[in-house]
Design a protein around this ligand. Structure first.
Ligand code: PRP
Length: 483
């Protein structure tokens, strides 16, 4: 075995041993980054994961790189070596000059010459990448590439093992406490990959609040150099958070006046040097107000009382509604579209949906009430349509389809008025509770058997004005009231 092969072997042995140890995931990844750099006799290594929407890469572990380089800014996934995100290995000889490099100045300052990047794949899908950085220009050999691919595979297995462990742990805890089944919601980055220690408890509290409202965040992704001496950075500023959905940096403050003055000075400088950057200095009451302004939270309050967790954030709902409207606009092109909604739950969804449909259309509403007869309950129309739908293309819009009884009744009623076509669009589909099989043509989200409120949906008349959809705390639900 020659020298180089021996170095690979040693590095590989170390990575495999740590991966199979009881160490926390963060330590496993740090060890992998270090051993990969050493094995390849390179200056540094970083391991990055894609966020759930696959929009940007988040550095979760690094070795041999300066803080300034690690926090050089958000790495947009589509701009950042797109070949790697297509599952290919990429070797770049002159990294600072390559047009794919998002921060060439930072690479030059860091003294990076060449880069080798390999995809981290799980179940045939790219979930991140591992990069090796060298100070000297280097043509990577096939053995270098094979080695990095093997390391990427071990990292993938370690991540999967950790996820599995997290799920098993949660399931166990839920069985013990007889909690409801784990709800399938869009994933946020795994909490085990979040910073284990924040600089200040207020940061952790803010992060929890962002998680509650399902707002994506990155902790300290970018350091901004503020002052230089002899070409070297002598002062920099690292905002606590970056919120990609709002393209906003956040720096939290405590009430210590001396610190606030200093932070204000740095912020002024940052705004002078980087006028395109949007940053806010927030204390606690400020950030609650900010969340409310961007459509999260209840009128500037803290977590909404009675809501256990947020199932779909304002942004997630808006994205989905826009996608549905786009499909509807395409499908109904050149037809006479009428949207029909049943009051009151549908009001938020209808208002947003119709604004994104790019066709001329008409809107009408119906009201119904449920009443009990001797031994069965029945539905009665309390407000019928104002317009005639004969010969028109009717799209029934519902906030939620649960048992399907309401929709079944209303569809039969509408069909009797001879529309040209009759289809259904529902934001939420609680399929597990279906009693009547109703055809659903456009579905926003399929949801589990949980009591949900917000975005038009109520519990005893309350919560309709929440801009998100949340799960009501189970202890608040009266047994008969499940919807
Ligand atoms: C909800 C919803 C649907 C119906 C679906 O209305 O708006 O119309 O329930 O339930 P189903 O599939 O079991 O028939 P709700 O009775 O809560 O009245 P609201 O819209 O005024 O809140």
């Amino acid at each position: 075995m020659d020298n180089r092969e021996y170095s690979y072997f040693q590095a590989f042995k170390q990575i495999a041993r740590t991966a199979n140890s009881p160490l926390p995931l963060k330590s496993v990844l740090n060890a992998a980054a270090k051993s990969a750099a050493k094995g390849l006799k390179a200056a540094g290594c970083s391991i990055m994961l894609l966020n759930p929407q696959k929009e940007y890469l988040d550095v979760i572990s690094a070795y041999g790189l300066s803080d300034l380089y690690i926090r050089k800014g958000v790495l947009k996934a589509n701009k950042s070596l797109p070949e790697v995100l297509n599952g290919e290995l990429v070797a770049i000889f002159d990294f600072a000059q390559d047009e794919r490099t998002q921060y060439p100045d930072a690479a030059e300052m860091e003294g990076i010459s060449s880069v080798l990047a390999a995809p981290i794949m799980q179940k045939g899908e790219v979930i991140g990448e591992i990069r090796i950085y060298t100070r000297e220009p280097r043509q990577f050999s096939q053995v270098d590439k094979d080695f990095l691919t093997a390391v990427a595979n071990i990292v993938a297995v370690s991540l999967e093992k950790n996820e599995l462990y997290q799920v098993l742990k949660t399931e166990h805890e839920e069985t013990v406490t007889k909690r409801r089944k784990l709800v399938e919601t869009p994933k946020l980055p795994s909490s085990s990959l979040r910073p284990s220690s924040f600089g200040h408890p207020s940061e952790q509290e803010f992060a929890k609040l962002l998680d509650f409202y399902r707002i994506e965040w990155l902790h300290e992704p970018r350091s901004f150099p503020l002052a230089w001496q002899d070409g070297k950075v002598v002062e920099m500023f690292t905002p606590d958070f970056y919120l990609p959905e709002l393209d906003l940096y956040i720096e939290l403050t405590t009430l210590k006046q001396s610190l606030i003055t200093e932070k204000n000075r740095k912020l002024r400088r940052l705004r002078e040097l980087y006028p395109d950057i949007s940053i806010k200095l927030l204390n606690k009451s400020d950030y609650l107000r900010l969340l409310a302004k961007y459509g999260y939270g209840g009128l500037g309050g803290t977590k909404v009382k009675g809501v256990d967790r947020v199932l779909f954030s304002h942004t997630q709902i808006q994205r989905r509604v826009k996608a549905l409207a786009k499909r509807i606009s395409h499908d109904y092109m050149g037809r006479k579209l009428v949207l029909v909604g049943i009051l009151k739950g549908v009001m938020c969804f209808m208002a947003d949906l119709m604004q994104h449909i790019t066709l001329p259309l008409n809107v009408d509403f119906m009201s119904i009430s449920y009443y009990g007869t001797n031994n069965e309950s029945a539905v009665k129309i309390t407000k019928d349509l104002d317009i005639s739908i004969a010969g028109l293309d009717v799209l029934m819009v519902e906030d939620i389809v649960d048992t399907g009884m309401t929709l079944n009744y209303v569809l039969n009623h509408l069909a009797a008025h001879n529309p040209a076509s009759l289809h259904v669009c529902t934001l939420l589909d609680k399929r597990v509770r279906r009693l009547v099989d109703v055809p659903l043509d456009y579905i926003g989200f399929e949801i589990p058997d949980e009591f949900i409120v917000g975005y038009g949906l109520d519990y005893h008349g309350e919560y309709r004005n929440l801009p998100f959809i949340g799960m009501l705390k189970p202890e608040l639900i009266e047994e008969e009231g499940k919807k």
